[in-house]
Ligand binder design. Structure first.
Ligand SMILES: [Zn+2]
Length: 268
């Protein structure tokens, strides 16, 4: 299909969600990044875009051969993406060899560059394509309450983290039934955090990067955002109770089990 209008609904969604990230204070400065693997597009779709060619990934991702991924630009703010989603994002087209790529962009008469997390995003998309059909979206953001929560000295295992978050609200049990993966602090942008994240994707769709932020995959950007939002709300309520000077009562094990049975098909 040669018509870029096929992507218009995606740009509308991108504008809406990146606006929420900014409004909620989850996207200070140029924090966060988003990527979406596209369907029903080809090189022809982007014929009116400018192109940067002869680019090469650090290592091949054969699963992404001939795939196109929309991704946010390095240094671009979510508040800018919200206003001009097309101009502050680009399309990465991976070659048939799985290692060469081109960048298609519309903006400003000068080339924009993808987020420095491009290799991590693409490696994750390769894994998602092969292991989680329909999961085409990656969102990394800085949800304040979850980050504060991750500084709690007791919140250092997935079991404790998830039980604490689930106990705070029935909705969290229902809409985040697999909870969060947990990755202890790593310096941002290094290959260790990328590899740990890829490993976690086998069992989790949302991951807490300790003292840094959240990483979520979804069938849509809205879904990835919603799950982080639900988990962040629980973290915020937990911190509010602690700040008010009491330990939250929390849902009992029996109450959580009942929710898991009654709403077992939600949040999957
Ligand atoms: Zn970050």
């Amino acid at each position: 299909m040669s018509n870029i209008s096929i992507l218009e609904p995606l740009y509308v969604e991108l504008s809406e969600i990146s606006g929420y990230l900014w409004q909620r204070g989850w996207a200070e400065l140029n924090a966060g990044n988003i990527s979406i693997r596209l369907s029903d597009v080809s090189e022809e779709t982007f014929k009116d875009f400018s192109v940067l060619e002869d680019l090469v990934l650090p290592s091949p991702i054969p699963a992404l051969a001939n795939e196109f991924v929309l991704i946010t630009g390095t240094g671009h703010r979510m508040r800018e993406i919200s206003k001009q989603p097309k101009e502050h994002t680009m399309i990465v087209g991976v070659g048939a060899d799985g290692i060469s790529y081109k960048i298609y962009f519309t903006s400003f008469g000068k080339a924009i560059r993808p987020t420095s997390e491009l290799p991590t995003h693409l490696a994750c998309h390769g894994v998602l394509k092969e292991t989680k059909p329909g999961y085409n979206t990656i969102l990394h953001t800085h949800p304040s309450d979850l980050i504060s929560f991750s500084h709690h000295p007791e919140m250092i295992t997935e079991e404790i983290i998830n039980k604490t978050l689930w106990k705070m609200h029935p909705e969290t049990v229902v809409f985040a039934p697999t909870g969060m993966g947990f990755i202890p602090y790593q310096i941002p942008g290094n290959t260790k955090i990328a590899n740990a994240t890829i490993e976690k994707l086998a069992t989790k769709n949302t991951i807490l990067w300790q003292k840094h932020g959240a990483f979520a995959v979804g069938r849509s950007l809205t879904q990835a955002f919603d799950v982080i939002d639900v988990l962040n709300k629980s973290a915020g309520m937990y911190l509010q109770c602690k700040a008010a000077g009491f330990e939250p009562t929390g849902l009992t094990d029996a109450e959580m089990e009942e929710l898991m049975i009654v709403y077992k098909d939600f949040g999957k």
